[in-house]
Design a protein around this ligand. Structure first.
Ligand code: CP
Length: 306
């Protein structure tokens, strides 16, 4: 049985199969509206979410299946002290597949080790968020037409931003990828990403604090929110939270076909005036998340359209 804990649990070929299927779903969603009739998805969310939980639920409903689950650990027996391992054993009796978000790094892996149904990591602490990565890859592929030969700027909280860790891990497998890592010193990518992912794969990357200087060379600008919930110290969060604000003046420095992505939610890091710019792709990205998750559910449940 397959679980998705990190983007690397899918080979490049499997990732491409999912993206190809997602693009077909986007073209003709009706073709897939009954492929999961009778199947159930459990959404086990121990941490807040709007897009991931609801797009998973929309995905399963779009496929003809049903959903059950909880949106907060406080509304489950976790509040009484039940372990993730026991919870997933029980959920395995109720559903065919589970998506789990948890504030602790490694929680989805623990669930997978005790599960008899596929477990999908919907975000584990500051670690990984592989279905956001499928969403991001689908957005880039659909709007740019390729996943190779791209210069990608990642800006903001690169330390705690799990979407950044997952996206880097997935993209290093394509040729001609270059990263510009834009963050304050305190929020640089973790050492394991720099050493074990970027340097080990001899990927070209630079690190800078200056967004304006980086703008002209980027094909993609991936903005991220400073992850308030992962800070130990409120003072540090307040000092760093508005370090980068993308506005129309900065967009003037970018290529005409640069895309702005953001996993959302945004706080202040993209001014709302940028939403009107045709290069702002973050709301289209949220829509792509439904197609990516539909394709993933189909692959993991091994169902096909007739
Ligand atoms: N992108 C993302 O993970 O959003 P949510 O936290 O709303 O699920």
């Amino acid at each position: 049985m397959k679980h998705l804990i990190s983007p690397l649990d899918l080979s490049v070929e499997e990732t491409e199969e999912i993206l190809t299927l997602a693009e077909d779903i986007a073209r003709d969603p009706k073709k897939y509206s009954h492929v999961c009739d009778g199947k159930k998805l459990a959404t086990l969310f121990y941490e807040p979410s709007t897009r991931t939980r609801l797009s998973f639920e929309a995905a399963m409903l779009n496929l003809g299946g049903s959903v059950l689950g909880f949106a907060s650990g406080d509304n489950s027996s976790a509040a009484k002290g039940e372990s993730v391992a026991d919870t997933i054993r029980v959920i395995s009796c109720y559903a065919d597949i589970a998506a789990m978000r948890h504030p602790k790094e490694g929680a989805a892996l623990v669930a997978a080790l005790h599960s008899s149904i596929p477990v999908i990591n919907a975000g584990d602490g500051g670690h990984q968020h592989p279905t956001q990565t499928l969403t991001d890859l689908l957005t880039i592929h659909s709007l740019k037409g390729r996943l190779d030969h791209l210069t990608i700027g990642l800006c903001g909280d690169l330390k705690f931003g799990r979407t950044v860790h997952s996206l880097i891990s997935a993209l290093v497998r394509y040729t001609g990828i270059r990263f510009v890592l834009i963050s304050p010193e305190e929020l640089r990518v973790p050492a394991y990403i720099r050493k074990e992912v970027l340097q080990k794969n001899t990927i070209a990357f630079t690190e800078t604090e200056n967004l304006e200087e980086a703008m002209p060379e980027l094909d993609i600008l991936y903005m991220t929110r400073v992850q308030k919930e992962r800070f130990f110290n409120e003072e540090d969060y307040i000092r760093l939270k508005d370090k980068y604000i993308l506005d129309t003046a900065k967009m003037k420095l970018a290529k005409d076909d640069m895309l702005v992505l953001h996993p959302l939610p945004r706080v202040n890091e993209i001014s709302v005036e940028v939403d009107k710019d045709p290069r702002a792709a973050y709301f289209r990205q949220a829509q792509f998340g439904v197609y990516a998750r539909m394709a993933l559910i189909m692959k993991f449940l091994e169902v096909e359209a007739c």
